[in-house]
Design a protein around this ligand. Structure first.
Ligand code: Q46
Ligand code: ZN
Ligand code: ZN
Length: 308
């Protein structure tokens, strides 16, 4: 297979785009496309301060590398969740983030859950019935809370996350399986800071296939964590990704078409924009000041004081 641009040997064949590229042209293609998507979806401007949420995985570190390469002012935020469970998952992911930041000479903000809140995700999740079975919902809530707070406290204009197309398509699949109107109306590559206390959020890699981001990380020599979080086993999102990949193998481009059609449907008003974040239902948490739909104290602060 030859590179479409120079006829050299191609390192990747992206059937979904009918495009094969050599290493040089593929490594040019990724940042060029990212820049195009940033503009197309009005994600952010060159002068804005970006906080990139990094986990030590390929997607978030690739995003940080691409934004830096494109000349954006992007700092990193790593949240140490205290998930080790015999695998040193959090410790290893932290090491990858620190190493990446130091080799690229970038600023990394680290929040250690145990030091800041005296609790880890496995401990926190035992405090709820849902969390006892699976810590992911407590973990997701915690990460969203901390990412938003740190971005607001440190006056970042944007919080950027490394979600790729496979992540977004799997989330959409889950949201449509259950038809959750609030989730569907909020699922978007860009979420404006529509309320005080919320930061604007963007997912600049949302149109790239996971395979494209993995290839980019490998070819760029980015060192990232290869083990999965021990709690990800049996996650529905992994199951949904498998189904979507089967469809993709029969018809290349299915995942992209599925997600872009959803965005078009949203634009035409198919989903109500008034989801769970309607302004009227929000107040400020009396403990931490974050916006909350719960009366008085937000769900995260409530979880912190809860005992088993
Ligand atoms: S870190 Fe947290 Fe994930 Fe682990 S506990 Fe679940 S949500 S799987 S991205
Ligand atoms: Zn080429
Ligand atoms: Zn709170």
């Amino acid at each position: 297979m030859k590179c479409r641009k120079c006829n050299d040997k191609a390192v990747i064949n992206m059937r979904q785009h009918k495009l094969a590229l050599c290493k040089t042209h593929f490594l040019e293609w990724i940042p060029e496309k990212t820049e195009r998507f940033i503009r197309l979806y009005s994600m952010f401007q060159p002068e804005e301060k970006i906080l990139v949420a990094v986990s030590g995985g390929k997607d978030s570190l690739a995003l940080w590398e691409i934004l830096t390469r494109l000349g954006y002012q992007a700092d990193g935020l790593y949240i140490n969740l205290g998930i080790n469970e015999g695998l040193d998952y959090s410790d290893q992911s932290y090491d990858h983030c620190v190493k990446f930041a130091s080799t690229q000479n970038l600023k990394l903000i680290t929040i250690n859950l145990k030091e800041r809140y005296q609790v880890t995700i496995p401990e926190l999740s035992k405090r709820t019935n849902r969390g006892k079975l699976k810590p992911c919902s407590v973990c997701g809530l915690t990460k969203r809370h901390i990412m938003n707070r740190i971005a607001i406290e440190n006056k970042y204009d944007i919080l950027a996350t490394g979600h790729n197309l496979d992540d977004e398509a799997a989330t959409l699949f889950g949201n449509t399986m259950n038809w959750i109107p609030g989730y569907l109306s909020r699922q978007s590559p860009v979420l404006e800071a529509d309320l005080p206390g919320f930061t604007k959020k963007a997912k600049p890699l949302f149109r790239f296939y996971e395979k494209e981001i993995a290839s980019n990380a490998y070819l760029r020599g980015i060192e990232y964590i290869h083990i999965e979080c021990p709690f990800s086993k049996g996650a529905k999102s992994i199951y949904y990704k498998g189904i979507l990949n089967q469809m993709e193998s029969h018809q290349p481009g299915t995942k992209l078409q599925y997600y872009l059609s959803f965005l078009r449907a949203k634009q035409t008003g198919l989903f109500s924009q008034k989801g769970e974040n309607s302004t009227a239902s929000f107040s400020q948490c009396i403990e931490c000041g974050s916006p909350t739909t719960a009366p008085g104290v937000c769900t995260f602060c409530r979880l912190l004081v809860r005992r088993n």
